[in-house]
Design a protein around this ligand. Structure first.
Ligand code: HGY
Ligand code: MN
Ligand code: MN
Length: 427
């Protein structure tokens, strides 16, 4: 650890709580539906671009240097770095994009806390051994364009896992939307950070579940992030007149899809094959009251922190799809799939987070994340640590998502302290 004077200066460092809370409120107005209070900033949508512009303006006003990489990630550094003079980075961040009609904290909180930590360092004049870097990863949710974790996959160099010519769920190509956000589909490789260039990655996030609220602990020290398999299915039957087509012999894509929905729930609820299983998106075509659906496009989301359980659940699902297709006379195809493996966080960073919480008198507990996070992609190139703060009512991805202001501030304080510890102890 640095000498005593610097050590005292470091430990007296604190974030500017009012500035962090102001930015959370300001950012929470972008993409907000006044009727529901929900936030819709789907990745690469105009509202998402407006949020990036807000972040970059705040970074510039703080004397920091934001830039957009080819994947559309916003990367904020203390000052320009000449090529070849890069120090190892201590990366922090999360995402600005949201689900449809979601909350104002999922992702945004971690990005603004990372900005706050960079600005606190900048104002203190202290130069940590590693370069503190804040990142807003592009399209973490995949709410409009596939695929989830787009930006963090690019930073981790996982380009093989990205669709060649991605299009949104309405078939609109990503190329133009990415260009408008400052990215370049033909230069994705330049967004990668080589292994070794990042000493550690820390992500601060709302828990999005009930564990901390129930236990009364203030800080969550994440030990593992769930694996996730998302299959996009195309169910094809025969459209027809709902009044003149006899029930016998129908090839109704919507009733077949309904069986898939229940079979999916059954994998987890009744058979316990994986921790959770969900159909969240279902689009019938032509979706008119008096026409039998000829086609349905839907997603299945399977999760578990054990990769083998998730694999067993997927195999059982694929078998169920064959049986349903057979019995309904429909065709059920898997037309897209995205996978993220479960990852463990760094034990060193877990301890740094625990010690930082202790130092601040904040009771903490170790827990796993049922939500996926960009951290699980960055884990390819660096040791990762995740810090949770309590979610009121344990809810998220809904307008009511909320966290007490004192928890938002204390979470950012733990992030700052963990960074201070990490600059001398990263693996
Ligand atoms: O779906 C998730 O787990 C995260 O919110 N992207
Ligand atoms: Mn989310
Ligand atoms: Mn998130």
């Amino acid at each position: 650890m640095a000498n005593t004077l610097v050590q005292q200066a470091l430990l007296s460092l604190d974030i500017d709580a009012a500035r962090l809370l102001r930015r959370i409120e300001e950012l929470g107005r972008i993409g907000r539906d006044p009727a529901t209070g929900g936030i819709s900033r789907e990745g690469f949508s105009p509202a998402d671009r407006e949020a990036r512009t807000y972040l970059m303006n705040e970074a510039r006003a703080a004397g920091l240097v934001p830039a957009v990489d080819a994947a559309g990630n916003v990367v904020i550094r203390p000052r320009p770095v000449a090529h070849g003079e890069e120090r190892q980075a201590l990366m922090m961040g999360s995402h600005l994009d949201t689900v449809v009609n979601g909350g104002r904290l999922d992702g945004a909180y971690g990005v603004l806390a990372a900005l706050e930590v960079l600005q606190t360092f900048e104002e203190s004049g202290i130069e940590p051994r590693y370069e503190p870097v804040a990142v807003a990863f592009a399209n973490e949710e995949g709410a409009l364009f596939p695929q989830p974790f787009w930006g963090s996959m690019a930073i981790a160099g996982r380009l093989a896992g990205l669709p060649r010519e991605p299009a949104d769920h309405h078939g609109r190509p990503l190329r133009e939307a990415l260009r408008l956000a400052g990215g370049d589909l033909d230069a994705l490789g330049s967004a990668g950070w080589p292994r070794g260039s990042v000493a550690a990655y820390l992500e601060l996030h709302v828990e999005q579940g009930p564990v901390l609220e129930r236990s009364g602990n203030r800080i969550g020290v994440v030990d593992a992030i769930t694996g996730r398999i998302v299959l996009t299915l195309e169910v094809t039957g025969s459209a027809g007149h709902s009044g003149t087509t006899p029930m016998e012999g129908r090839r109704d894509a919507l009733t077949a899809a309904a069986r898939v929905v229940l079979a999916t729930e059954n994998l987890s609820r009744d058979r316990g094959l994986c921790r959770v299983a969900t159909v969240g998106r279902l689009e019938a075509h032509p979706n008119t009251p008096n026409t039998i659906a000829g086609a349905v496009r839907m997603t299945v989301d399977l999760r578990d922190t054990d990769v083998w359980r998730a694999a067993a659940a997927e195999e059982a699902l694929r078998y169920a799809l064959r049986v349903i297709a057979e019995s309904t006379g429909t065709r059920i195809e898997v037309v897209a799939e995205t996978r993220s493996d479960p990852v463990s966080t760094s034990r060193t960073l877990q301890r740094a987070i625990e010690n930082s919480a202790d130092e601040l008198g904040l009771p903490s507990e170790v827990l796993s994340s049922g939500a996926g996070h960009d951290a699980q992609m960055v884990a390819d190139i660096a040791p990762i640590g995740m810090i949770f703060v309590p979610s009121i009512g344990g809810i998220s991805h809904v307008p009511e998502e909320d966290t007490a202001a004192v928890d938002l501030v204390d979470g950012a304080r733990v992030l700052l302290r963990t960074v201070l510890r990490t600059v001398d102890h990263a693996e």
